[in-house]
Design a protein around this ligand. Sequence first.
Ligand SMILES: [Zn+2]
Length: 314
Amino acid sequence: MRVYKESAQMGREEITPEELELINMYAKSPLTAQQVFTFSLLLCDNEIDRDGECFPIPSLERLCELLPGTTGITDHSWSASNQIARVYRAEVVKDPAKQTSYGEEYAYLKAWAYMLDTEANGEIIAQIKGGIKKEVSIGCSVKTVECSICSRPIGENGCPHIRGQEYDGTVCRGLLKEPEDVYEWSFVAVPSQTEAGVMKRFAPSDCGTFKEYVERSGREDFIVQYEGLRKRAKLGDEYIESVKKEVIKLGLLSGMWHEDTALANAAGKLDFSELMSLKTAFEKRVDELYPPESQLYRESRELKKSVPETEFMV
Ligand SMILES: [Zn+2]
């Protein structure tokens, strides 16, 4: 399944001859130190994220092996034009002075990337040099999200646990295990006052339907939202059906259409706003043919109006 994780740390790095040698392993033609701009990124760590998930250290180590050579983009859209940077080195950095919230040694995946120091890249280079905070994300696929309590795939095969909930004093974590591929990393400039958004898109690639995708996510709030949307969509469908029926009725009544099957076919092909326009046109014609207010009705209404309002007051 595919996961995205975001962090918000990157900084400028100096180029040493050793670094340049590594960079040139990926360059089509040898580059000089003047032609490249290098920077580092904290891509992910082993702390629990907002979704109650984390990369255990072995997963960070596997990602570290997969990262070199991958290209970075300036947003999540995957087109060649915005693949502007490439990772040439990665390292799992452990910080013995710091612990995760679940009591393990803190570790993070740091990557070094380069981009060509060209005019086209000028703006993003200036932003990195200027220390503008960046949202950095990694998109990768992992074999499984394992429950930290029962070691089964979370939410599946009888695992009753929910990420982020406490069971006998232990918070259930989704362990992102066995990374298989890093398919994207990216960064976008964000205003410095904005809190770093931690965003992750869970996207099991083998889900056949959206419903399955939602169910497999194991997120109860997603399932509740999905059910709500499904009910509302059903009501919407029923409403559109009723409008279609009304359009057919009005079409025949107006004399503008003579055959209900042809009209049903036509109505079936229209989108909602077209359907409403047709309904309005038919209504107008029907109103002309059959004025909605008879003289008698109008008179009786005017009579009602003349009744003093005070009469209704208690
Ligand atoms: Zn479990």
